[in-house]
Design a protein around this ligand. Sequence first.
Ligand SMILES: NC(=O)c1ccc[n+]([C@@H]2O[C@H](COP(=O)([O-])OP(=O)(O)OC[C@H]3O[C@@H](n4cnc5c(N)ncnc54)[C@H](OP(=O)(O)O)[C@@H]3O)[C@@H](O)[C@H]2O)c1
Length: 317
Amino acid sequence: MSNFMQAAVLPEFGPAETFRIEKVPVPLPAAGEVLVKVRAVGLNPVDFKTRSGKGYASHFTLPAILGWDIAGEVVSVGEEVSRFVTGDRIFGMSRFPDAANAYAEYAVVNEEEFAIIPRNISFEEAAASALAGLTAWEALFDHAGITWGQRVLIQAAAGGVGHIAVQLAKWKRCFVAGTASAENQAFLQQLGADQPIDYKAQPFEEAVDNMDVVIDGMGGETALRSIDVLSPGGVLVSLPSMYKDDPAVIAKAREKNVRVKWMSVRPSGERIEQLALLLDNNRLKIYIDGTYPLEEVARAHKVLEGGHVKGKIVLTL
Ligand SMILES: NC(=O)c1ccc[n+]([C@@H]2O[C@H](COP(=O)([O-])OP(=O)(O)OC[C@H]3O[C@@H](n4cnc5c(N)ncnc54)[C@H](OP(=O)(O)O)[C@@H]3O)[C@@H](O)[C@H]2O)c1
């Protein structure tokens, strides 16, 4: 194996065209870490936000290698590694929100943030499930605390987090409504949504009320309007961090007696194992909208930035 590898390097923060495919040294695993031959990298909106100098750009030094969602094969292990051996297929969300250097042929990851990929699941599906799956899990179970039979509205239900959140809420036998454009109404039905809502055809407030939980993948105006469909005591979990602590949302939530929460997803190998179980027994399916070779990272970022990905897009190596 060469000591050098290809990587998509960001010499400075900027537009998608800023990426350069370069040769960089292969990293070495320290204690508790494993070296992974990266086979797929899941892309998330935080990737393009960070690329442009927003998101978690302050956690990176330039030149930077972006990306957090990794699926690949273990090629060597550091000292004290006990969970994986060479040849294992593993996946996880690495080091988020710190730099994880995922857009590269090899990456060093912490073993406790990763889990074995089920045999029937592809590298692409595994990589695509990590950050979005952890987010949907945390939002629904930790922050909203959903229980059997509750009424849940997922905003941006056809997207990365949304399409997983719909399936997890159905797994818990909730009544699930979800918003998407006309093109994605059938997709929401396929995912199991009880009430797909075409957000362009009618305001969602006219379609649902008395919700116990809203998971909001949009923020801003959508977060504010979401408060109107919640029952007193209900909870809004709003995901886009640029709207964190929006005073208008806080004031309206207080007035309507609903709770509002913002979150930042955390890496967890245990949670990844739980997602792996759901993937393994077909309770959770990941929809891949498109795959792009590493060299086409700029094109992939532009698609993601368009804001209308169905499910997930993935880089392949
Ligand atoms: N705080 C955290 O820890 C955390 C974690 C993960 C994600 N996030 C944030 O949460 C947001 C969603 O993430 P994601 O990965 O799910 O994004 P995504 O996959 O890029 O979302 C794309 C989806 O948004 C839908 N959409 C666009 N405009 C809409 C509207 N007005 N109403 C309803 N749906 C609309 C699109 O459906 P149509 O094409 O049908 O319009 C598309 O399927 C992002 O801002 C992301 O950064 C935060």
